[in-house]
Design a protein around this ligand. Structure first.
Ligand SMILES: C[S@@+](CC[C@H](N)C(=O)[O-])C[C@H]1O[C@@H](n2cnc3c(N)ncnc32)[C@H](O)[C@@H]1O
Length: 523
């Protein structure tokens, strides 16, 4: 078979869509069909969806949620459900704010944000290279700068950015909504005062202390082993469900108390005081206070780790999201990083909005969220096959590229990429990626040096591959392969159905963080 021609193009967004199969119950966490608040136009079409006009207000939305057992009865036309589970905006937060206000003012239930802490440091991203890297070989990992937390003009620049962001977050939140702002000792005093001004002192709820036991002990002062999470409500109508984050009291031994078993076989500890007996049942639920010392930070080898520095544990976000949102609500994180908030929100049946200006944040979030979408909805629609009736119920995530094209192309080195067409009928195309290498270009030795000494296969520099088509500037992925610890090998052959007006487009992400979209020509 012949090599095909590839013509580089740019896109404004990427869309990953899977169809909901019998496993869709996972998405709803057994509670409600979260995605059902969004509806698209035609049944089975891949058009970008809009927020369902039938479920705009909280009251309507929760009526719909209560109707969750008849899953299609949300007031949306049952034949045309197209579920946008989440949107990620790859751009500076200040650029995203007007876009968000236009679409989501007063509609977001929960905002969690973990902005830079003004540390004066650069934070890193560890990229495994090829099969060996993904199998855990430490010599096959390269390190990229993920983001700089440097603030050359000092803390004031950070504070002025945060004032703009927080004022906008206040407007984005629904009257039942809440904000959790994750910071540390460097900015907590400033943020508390700023938030009191923007949200009103009366809407301050907690200063949560997240205490972790990381290594390293200071000798000149007490070791700093906590972060601060400031919790504000938008208004007294805020939603909060402590029951959803209760934890069993457990078997901890209690001094001065006696362990007993009651007539129903339940174990309790008791103490008598003032002539009364107080009982503490082991299976009773207790509720977290404002000091959280039961959630560990991520260890070096933690399976949750994505390679993105400053990644937070999912358990932390799970507590926040469960307590302050319901299935179907919108949860936003405007400094998304590795996408922890978005991944947990998706898993718990919430919709999500993420913003980050880092290319490694985009790549990490794309992988994390698309993998989890596959797990939640099933992988039956991969290989370019969308069963007819399943295509009517789809879940999709969107990644908007709002950066300037020039930023995107900066420092890029066009690769030598060989793609072969191995099957083409009137309906179906199969292409095979045969090789991917950097073209030797003077002045760009830096990239080649990063992998010097590694023995690499012909596709090892490729980390993600997708095939699809472009509609209205949006790349619509139909079939994809993304390396992970579970799937270190790249699927080199990708197939898609072709039809008139849908020219195949290939999306490639390499281990240098470069990404390309190519129109496939000359078949
Ligand atoms: C502390 S990290 C967030 C980590 C995240 N909570 C997680 O669990 O992975 C802060 C993030 O803010 C992003 N960031 C910093 N300044 C930004 C800006 N002006 N606009 C958008 N994102 C920004 C960085 O790229 C970084 O990913």
């Amino acid at each position: 078979m012949d090599l095909v021609n590839l013509r580089q193009i740019s896109v404004t967004a990427e869309e990953y869509c899977v169809c909901m199969d019998a496993r869709m119950g996972h998405f709803t966490d057994g509670e409600a069909d979260a995605g059902a608040m969004t509806a698209g136009s035609d049944a089975g079409s891949q058009a970008v969806s809009c927020v369902c006009p039938y479920a705009d207000t909280d009251a309507e939305r929760h009526t719909h949620l209560n109707a969750s057992l008849s899953r299609n009865s949300y007031g949306c036309p049952a034949h045309g459900l197209q579920h946008v589970v989440g949107r990620f905006y790859w751009c500076d937060v200040l650029k995203a704010l007007p876009l968000l206000l236009e679409q989501y003012e007063g509609k977001i239930q929960l905002v969690y944000m973990d902005p830079p802490f003004v540390t004066g440091q650069t934070f890193w991203f560890q990229q495994p290279v090829g099969v060996k890297g993904w199998l855990g070989n430490r010599n096959h990992i390269i390190t990229h700068a993920a983001y700089d937390d440097l603030w050359k003009s000092g803390r004031d620049a950070f504070l002025s950015m945060m004032r703009e962001v927080l004022s906008c977050v206040y407007r984005l939140l629904s009257p039942q909504g809440s904000l959790y702002l994750h910071i540390d000792y460097r900015t907590s005093a400033y943020m508390r005062i700023m938030l009191d001004e923007i949200f009103g002192e009366e809407n301050f709820l907690n200063e949560i202390i997240w205490h972790y036991r990381s290594g390293g002990r200071a000798k000149n002062h007490f070791s700093r082993k906590h972060d601060t999470i400031l919790f504000y409500r938008k208004s007294p109508q805020y939603y909060f469900d402590i029951e959803s984050v209760g934890i069993p009291r457990g078997k901890v031994r209690r001094n001065h108390m006696k362990q007993q078993v009651d007539e129903d076989g339940r174990i309790f500890w008791s103490i008598r005081s003032g002539g009364r007996e107080y009982r503490y049942y082991e299976d009773d639920r207790i509720y977290p206070s404002d000091v959280w010392d039961d959630i560990s930070h991520l260890h070096q080898k933690d399976p949750e780790r994505t390679g993105y520095d400053t990644q937070k544990p999912e358990a932390l976000l799970e507590r926040i999201i469960k307590a302050s949102s319901r299935p179907g609500d919108i949860v936003a994180d405007l400094f998304a990083g590795s996408g922890t908030t978005l991944a947990v929100a998706q898993r718990l049946g919430r919709r999500w909005i993420g913003v980050d200006n880092g290319i490694f944040s985009l790549h990490t979030c794309r992988k994390r969220l698309v993998h989890s979408l596959n797990r939640l909805y099933g992988e039956d629609c991969l290989n370019g096959k969308m069963p007819e009736e399943a295509s009517k119920r789809q879940a999709k995530v969107l990644f908007h590229h709002c950066r300037h094209l020039e930023d995107d192309l900066e420092h890029k080195v066009l690769p030598q990429i060989d793609v072969e067409c191995v099957g083409l009928s009137d309906r179906r195309l199969v292409v095979r990626l045969k090789g991917y290498a950097l073209r030797p270009i003077d002045g760009h030795r830096g990239l080649e040096d990063m992998v010097r000494g590694m023995s690499l296969g012909p596709l090892d520099l490729v980390d993600c591959l997708a095939i699809g088509y472009v509609e209205d500037g949006v790349f619509k992925a139909v079939n994809w392969s993304m390396r992970s610890y579970h799937t270190p090998c790249l699927r080199e052959e990708l197939a898609m159905d072709v039809c008139h007006g849908r020219e195949p487009v290939l999306h490639v992400v390499d281990v240098y963080g470069q990404q390309w979209f190519f129109r496939v020509e000359g078949m």
